[in-house]
Design a protein around this ligand. Structure first.
Ligand code: PLP
Length: 384
């Protein structure tokens, strides 16, 4: 059976064979518990610390500031919990287009704690209005309320990018803590976390050809870190539980490969993204795009004309062998995209998100565009 065309790499990516190879010895011969003091345990403990060193070097931070987690969701939960439970934050500034791993966590603490939150103003294309962010920070500071700002570096549906250094500077000027959800950017851009001025940053290995269920939380050494999961002394007592050794090894290897391939991979993927955009314009009358001008290169958010098929687009593409997302994969089935609603496009667009990786081919893009043409023009086209 022919493999489907996979154009949903913002949801997850295929494991790189080299990453799998790096993990295999820790699934077989090196199986010791890293907390055991004998040789088998020391081998796995060393592998974790070597992985931490590799990742720290790539992100320009100290190894001691990194906590390995189960993914983006856990890191986001942990950062927000630390800020509100331990670090004195009484107000959270976030945006309505954050991932639910942030939005639902903020709502949870707003209900259970003496805490308020507000949304920063966004442009029509989902970019942060920095004047509004600054005004909100100044206002909270005047009220004597310590703030946490939690904003994503890149939006997983629209591709809109945060000026992370500017947001970091505004937070520091107003004595606020800054959490950046970097799940869609770490592994896709060279990032110097220290220079960005973030206090917390999160990443997930499966977004850049690493293993699922692996992630990272960076906690700047300017703030004291606290655990969310209690138990043993793993991860310097910040995340209890026997470590996912092969996952951590795979996470570091995937980040190493992504960093080494950044120049050529990002250029290749950007070109694919432009090619699909151009071809869709020719093939589907009335098509437009939701991405802002400065956008994540891995994501193309397409606004198809609204018609009677709009609710079934993901299924129609799937029936023709194309895997694509109707928003973020995590929100499918719960009433449409909160992101499209927040930017006021939920009704005017039938939105599909196409997202690419270094494994995506031009032929696959051609196939997807031909399927789009057959769905929207009810005719077969053939792109030379
Ligand atoms: C921006 C963003 N944050 C957080 C997450 C959650 O990451 P994970 O699925 O690794 O928990 C995702 C996943 O799609 C994401 O895109």
């Amino acid at each position: 059976m022919k493999q489907p065309v996979y154009l949903d790499n913002a949801a997850t990516t295929a494991l790189d064979p080299e990453v799998l190879e790096s993990m295999l010895p820790y699934m077989t011969q090196h199986f010791g518990n890293p907390s055991s003091s004998y040789s088998l345990g020391r081998v796995t403990k060393s592998a974790i610390e070597a992985a931490r060193k590799t990742v720290a070097q790539i992100l320009s931070v100290k190894p001691s500031t990194l906590i390995f987690t189960s993914g983006g969701t856990e890191g986001n939960n942990m950062a927000i919990a630390m800020a509100v439970n331990e670090l004195g934050c009484k107000h959270i500034i976030t945006s309505p287009i954050e991932h639910h791993a942030v939005l639902h966590t903020v709502e949870h603490y707003a209900h259970s704690k003496n805490l308020t939150f507000s949304y920063v103003k966004l442009t029509a294309t989902g970019e942060v209005d920095y004047e509004n962010l600054e005004a909100q920070l100044v206002n909270q500071s005047k009220q004597g309320k310590k703030c946490l700002v939690s904003l994503m570096h890149a939006n997983n549906e629209l591709g809109s990018l945060l000026d992370i250094a500017l947001a970091g500077k505004l937070c520091r000027e107003n004595n606020a803590l800054f959490h950046a959800d970097c799940v869609q950017t770490i592994g896709h851009y060279p990032i110097d976390l220290k220079a960005c001025g973030v206090h917390f940053a999160t990443a997930a290995g499966h977004k850049f050809h690493g293993p699922k269920g692996t992630g990272l939380l960076y906690v700047s050494d300017e703030v004291k870190a606290y655990p969310l999961i209690f138990g043993g002394g793993q991860e310097r007592k910040l995340r209890a539980g026997t470590e996912n050794v092969y996952g951590i090894v795979g996470f570091a290897k995937a980040l190493e490969l992504a960093t080494a391939g950044y120049d050529s991979d990002s250029k290749y993927i950007t070109e694919l993204n432009h090619f699909m955009r151009t071809q869709l314009k020719l093939a589907v009358p009335g098509v437009s795009f939701n991405n802002p001008a400065n956008s994540l290169y891995t994501v193309l958010s397409v606004c198809f004309p609204v018609d009677s098929q709009s609710d079934y687009l993901v299924t129609l593409f799937d029936m023709k062998g194309i895997c694509v997302s109707g928003g973020s994969a995590c929100s499918s089935g719960d009433g449409g995209s909160h992101v499209m609603k927040a930017i006021g496009k939920a009704k005017s667009c039938a939105t599909l998100r196409f997202s690419f990786s270094k494994h995506t081919t031009r032929e696959e893009i051609v196939e997807a565009v031909e399927v789009a043409a057959s769905i929207f023009q009810n005719k077969e086209i053939s792109i030379a």
